[in-house]
Write a protein that binds this ligand. Structure first.
Ligand SMILES: [Zn+2]
Length: 336
């Protein structure tokens, strides 16, 4: 057991004591795309005791360019990212309790996912859920590491409740209007690789108790330009989250449909439709369109629209960003 981590315990920042602390820790990684796969592989290999990976999506060929845990078999098998990540990582390090959960993290379920965590890591592609993580982590006094990447650039910051400024201290809410997404700007692998690596090293420092070494700046990089900039962030005197007002966690900003970054797709959430039987749904949809399914998801094609449905009632409508069309088709074929 010690041998496996010998090169890591030789490093004075970790040592034998740090290794034990890593082994007794529980981390939650929310989002398992390019960032999440880098973070998950780093922390499972490093011997963090319990790693929970939550992702709402399934794997497609265009993910393989940068999502290092997945392969072509995963795409052919129609696996959700959280399940494929769990399977691959259990083969990497059987000493770690790896738990893959297929779910959309929202204001209703987030506290249940992170309650036992020592640390939460951001592997997301959307800002709204990051503000939700910020609220939930501040409320439960759990450190979290923010990270995001797009195009050739990325940002990261460590947030320790009660000590450092939080995400809302420097951005009051997700910006409105047109945002850059992986759809419009694209992304090259090295940008999320670097940000995911920085998030992983922050995780190690926080988990081994090297508080003084934790990065307290907002770090901004551009891998194409080769730039690496630290920004000092201050507590905002009116930050709602730092004053115990958790507006995202209260669901004030929750939405039922979301456009998915990098995918030209819309996700529909239906909290009423939990525990869908995909077998029953397949039988219902077979007469009206083309249906394939496994225990994790059902794929349904009708009138040039492709919809993927998950057992928790969630659906993803492909090849559109039209949220009202998505709601309409969901109501028509799944029922709302
Ligand atoms: Zn704040």
């Amino acid at each position: 057991m010690i041998d496996r981590y010998s090169r890591q315990t030789l490093f004075s920042g970790i040592g034998e004591e740090g290794q034990k602390r890593l082994g007794n820790s529980c981390v939650v990684i929310i989002g398992c795309g390019a960032l999440g796969t880098i973070i998950a592989t780093s922390l499972v290999r490093a011997g963090v005791g319990k790693v929970r990976i939550i992702d709402r999506d399934f794997i497609e060929y265009h993910n393989l360019q940068r999502q290092v845990l997945f392969d072509e078999d995963d795409v052919r098998d129609g696996l959700p990212k959280a399940i494929a990540a769990e399977r691959h990582l259990k083969r990497v390090n059987s000493l770690v309790q790896v738990e893959g959960i297929v779910a959309d993290v929202n204001y209703i379920n987030i506290e249940g996912f992170i309650g036992d965590a020592d640390l939460v890591l951001d592997g997301l592609d959307n800002l709204e859920t990051r503000f939700l993580i910020n609220d939930a982590c501040l409320k439960h006094k759990i450190p979290w590491v923010y990270g995001g990447a797009i195009s050739s650039s990325g940002m990261t910051m460590s947030i320790i409740p009660g000590q450092t400024p939080c995400l809302r201290c420097f951005s009051a809410s997700p910006p409105s209007g047109i945002l850059l997404t992986c759809d419009t700007a694209g992304v090259i692998g090295p940008a999320p690789f670097i940000i995911g690596s920085l998030e992983s090293v922050e995780a190690m420092k926080i988990l081994v108790g090297a508080e003084a070494e934790v990065n307290r700046d907002l770090i901004s990089i551009d891998v194409w330009k080769g730039t690496f900039i630290h920004f000092k962030i201050s507590h905002h005197p009116d930050c709602p989250a730092c004053h115990g007002k958790y507006e995202f966690l209260e669901g004030r900003y929750g939405m039922k449909t979301t456009s998915l970054c990098g995918q030209n797709a819309v996700q529909i959430l239906n909290p009423e439709a939990n525990q869908l039987s995909l077998q029953e749904l397949a039988a219902r949809l077979q007469p009206v369109g083309q249906v394939t399914y496994n225990e994790f998801m059902l794929r349904f094609t009708v009138d040039n629209h492709e919809m993927v449905v998950f057992p928790d009632g969630r659906a993803i409508l492909r090849n559109t960003t039209d949220e009202s069309l998505a709601r309409g088709l969901y109501a028509k074929y799944i029922g709302a």
